[in-house]
Design a protein. Structure first.
Length: 264
C-alpha cells in the first residue's frame, strides 16, 4: 500500500506541476488577471491547499529570460529601472475591488508628506485602473504612484523594492505574498481571509494589519519606511518560506495525509 501511495503522490505532484506550468505563462493576463507570471527558475513552492480554493499551485521564479512578448519585456525593464531610482513600496494583483488597492492608495496618501522620496508601484492591470488613477489625482499622488500594466514578475524585480504590501479584502492563497517573502522582502498585509495569517508570524517575518484599518496600515508602513534594520530583519525571516513551502516539504505532508488514510 505504501508503494501505491507513493505512486499516487508522484502522479498527483506531476499533474499539479504540469497544470501550474501550463497556466503560469501569462496566467493572470490570460485569465483577465493583473500580471504576467511566466515562471522558470530556482525556487519551487507548492500550495498544499490551505487556501480557500483548496487548489494546488507551484511557484517558479522567473529568471528574466522569458520574452514571449517584447512589449512586456521592455515594460518590465522600465519598471525595474524605475524601482531602482527611489525607495519603493510594491504591490501586485489584478486591479479589481477584491485586491484593495483603493485602501493602499488611501494609506499611502498619508505618507507622502513625511516620505516624499518614496514611491508606490502597483504591478497589475484590470478594469479599475482608470478609477484608481483618478483616485491618485484626487489624493495628490500623481507622479508618486505608478501602475505597471501587464509585466513579468522576476525575483530580481521584487528585490529592487523595499516593502511589499498585500491590501486585499480577501484571498484564497496569495501567491504574490509568498513570492515576496521568498525574495526576502519585508511584507505588510491586511489580515484578510484567507492566507496571510497562515504565512505571516506577526513581528517575526512580516506585519499583519487588522482588515480594513487604513490608519494602521499607514502607521505600519511608516514604521518600516523609517527603519531599514527592521525591514532587513523581517525580510531575512520571511525568506524561510522557501523551506516551509518547498516541494520536498509539501510532498512529505502529502505522504503523511495518504499514510493516515491508508491506516484508517
Amino acid at each position: 500500500m505504501r508503494r501505491i501511495a507513493s505512486a499516487a503522490l508522484t502522479v498527483l505532484m506531476a499533474f499539479s506541476l504540469m497544470l501550474s506550468l501550463s497556466t503560469s505563462v501569462n496566467a493572470n493576463a490570460i485569465a483577465g488577471g493583473g500580471y504576467s507570471s511566466s515562471y522558470s527558475g530556482e525556487s519551487v513552492f507548492t500550495n498544499l491547499g490551505a487556501g480557500a480554493s483548496g487548489q494546488f499551485s507551484a511557484i517558479f521564479f522567473n529568471d528574466g529570460t522569458t520574452r514571449s512578448d517584447p512589449r512586456i519585456y521592455e515594460r518590465t525593464r522600465k519598471i525595474e529601472k524605475l524601482i531602482k531610482l527611489a525607495p519603493t513600496i510594491l504591490s501586485i494583483g489584478r486591479l479589481v475591488p477584491q485586491k484593495g488597492f483603493d485602501q493602499l492608495l488611501a494609506a499611502f496618501s498619508g505618507l507622502v508628506g513625511r516620505f516624499p522620496e518614496w514611491r508606490l508601484v502597483i504591478l497589475g492591470e484590470g478594469p479599475m485602473r482608470s478609477n484608481l488613477e483618478e483616485m491618485c489625482d484626487n489624493l495628490g499622488l500623481k507622479g508618486q504612484v505608478t501602475f505597471s500594466g501587464t509585466i513579468t514578475i522576476t525575483e530580481h524585480l521584487l528585490r529592487c523594492a523595499k516593502i511589499f504590501v498585500l491590501p486585499s479584502r480577501y484571498e484564497g492563497f496569495p501567491n504574490a505574498l509568498l513570492e515576496a517573502m521568498a525574495a526576502g522582502m519585508a511584507v505588510v498585509s491586511f489580515d484578510c481571509p484567507t492566507g496571510p495569517r497562515e504565512m505571516i508570524e506577526p513581528g517575526t517575518n512580516g506585519v499583519l494589519v487588522p482588515l480594513g484599518k487604513i490608519s494602521l496600515l499607514e502607521s505600519s508602513l511608516a514604521e518600516l519606511m523609517s527603519d531599514p534594520q527592521k525591514r532587513a530583519r523581517l525580510g531575512d525571516r520571511a525568506r524561510l518560506v522557501r523551506e516551509l513551502y518547498s516541494l520536498a516539504e509539501i510532498s512529505r505532508q502529502w505522504m503523511q495525509v495518504l499514510d493516515d488514510q491508508i491506516e484508517h
